[in-house]
Design a protein around this ligand. Structure first.
Ligand SMILES: NC(=O)c1ccc[n+]([C@@H]2O[C@H](COP(=O)([O-])OP(=O)(O)OC[C@H]3O[C@@H](n4cnc5c(N)ncnc54)[C@H](O)[C@@H]3O)[C@@H](O)[C@H]2O)c1
Length: 326
């Protein structure tokens, strides 16, 4: 990571989804590393507020447009010498993509397709791509990067898997290096979605009852956004193959939704009654349980310090103070 700091001093990064939860933290991190950063977002889910610090930085420029508008994409990129693209834009509302498949086709797949098209035209050869555990679908075993077959159960997962596939094909034809990050659930400040965000949001409007989707037994691993950034930076620094795919998550089997609901209630509204809607999953397309192997990441020399419990505790604290201050 130290040498990324030096190498990257004068380089220029393009971040798509820059105003979103992860994208905005990434922008701050790259700026802190001394990079020039170009951020793109259509603000469909992200906000300028997330970019408050970045917008004041002289080496940051922000462009609000839809990545599916190729003319605007070309206009913004023309003349810039971009060393690397961090493609973070996607639909992040999985149920929305289940009720309308166009959502993930457009915002999860075509944003990737168009980003590759632009990279090809402008001879940009390095891509970091935020993929997801949702590409795996349902498996009984601990998920490693070679687990298969990959049959996602949501349109979101399907369009991420299709995105991984075209990234792989681009490596064969024009990319020098691509990093595919298969993220577990991420939590922390600026979250625009996710279980912690949703539960806090519900308690904000009704302090005495907390409705929880499913039976609460869904169990997933959670990583704090700061550790995600550490992991992504380290992978880009140390994994130098043409196509690099890594699970990124905590080193534990995760926590249940019931556990998270209890933490949220204790933190915000101890008298709230928790009511489960029932059923084994939160929504159509939800993978109710999975466990990650991060052995490949460990072999690079890094593993997260925070457990899922600790990531959740921090996430609840951070999202709560943000939500209650506005
Ligand atoms: N947060 C998680 O737990 C998690 C887990 C797995 C994977 N991911 C992936 O990480 C990336 C970042 O996720 P996030 O949690 O920050 O979500 P987010 O919704 O906060 O950020 C995504 C950003 O992309 C923007 N965007 C979407 N479609 C666009 C379009 N057509 N044109 C321009 N901008 C567009 C949105 O406005 C938003 O600001 C996504 O690719 C997501 O799939 C996130």
């Amino acid at each position: 990571v130290e040498s990324v700091l030096h190498q990257s001093h004068r380089s220029t990064a393009l971040v798509t989804g820059a105003a979103g939860f992860i994208g905005s933290h990434l922008v701050d991190r790259l700026l802190a590393r001394g990079q020039q950063v170009i951020g793109i977002d259509n603000l469909s889910r992200g906000s300028r507020r997330n970019l408050r610090n970045a917008l004041a930085a002289p080496n940051f420029s922000f462009h609000e447009f839809n990545l599916n508008d190729l003319e605007s994409y070309r206009r913004v990129i023309s003349g810039a010498r971009i060393d690397m693209v961090w493609h973070m834009a996607a639909n992040s509302d999985i149920p929305a993509g289940v009720s309308d498949p166009q959502v993930d086709l457009r915002d999860t797949f075509f944003t990737t397709f168009n980003t590759l098209q632009i990279m090809r035209e402008h001879k940009i050869k390095r891509l970091a791509f935020a993929s997801t555990s949702a590409v795996y679908g349902v498996h009984q075993k601990v998920l490693t990067e070679s687990t298969g077959p990959l049959f996602p159960i949501s349109n979101y997962g399907a369009m991420k898997l299709a995105s991984e596939a075209i990234v792989s094909a681009a490596v064969e034809s024009f990319l020098e290096c691509a990093w595919i990050f298969r993220l577990s659930n991420i939590t922390g400040s600026r979250a625009t979605h996710g279980v912690v965000y949703d539960l806090l949001n519900k308690l904000k409007s009704s302090a005495f009852e907390l409705e929880v989707l499913g039976d609460g037994k869904q169990r997933k691993p959670y990583l704090h956004a700061t550790e995600l950034l550490d992991a992504m930076e380290l992978i880009v620094e140390r994994a130098a193959g043409p196509l690099n795919c890594f699970n990124i998550g905590p080193a534990d089997p995760g926590v249940t939704v019931k556990y998270i609901a209890e933490v949220v209630c204790r933190h915000v509204s101890p008298r709230a009654a928790i009511r489960f809607t029932g059923g084994s999953k939160g929504w159509t397309g939800d993978v109710p349980r999975f466990e990650y192997s991060i052995e490949k990441l460990r072999a690079l020399g890094w593993s997260p310090l925070l457990s899922s419990e600790q990531a959740i505790a921090r996430g609840v604290d951070e999202i709560h103070s943000e939500m209650w201050s506005c």
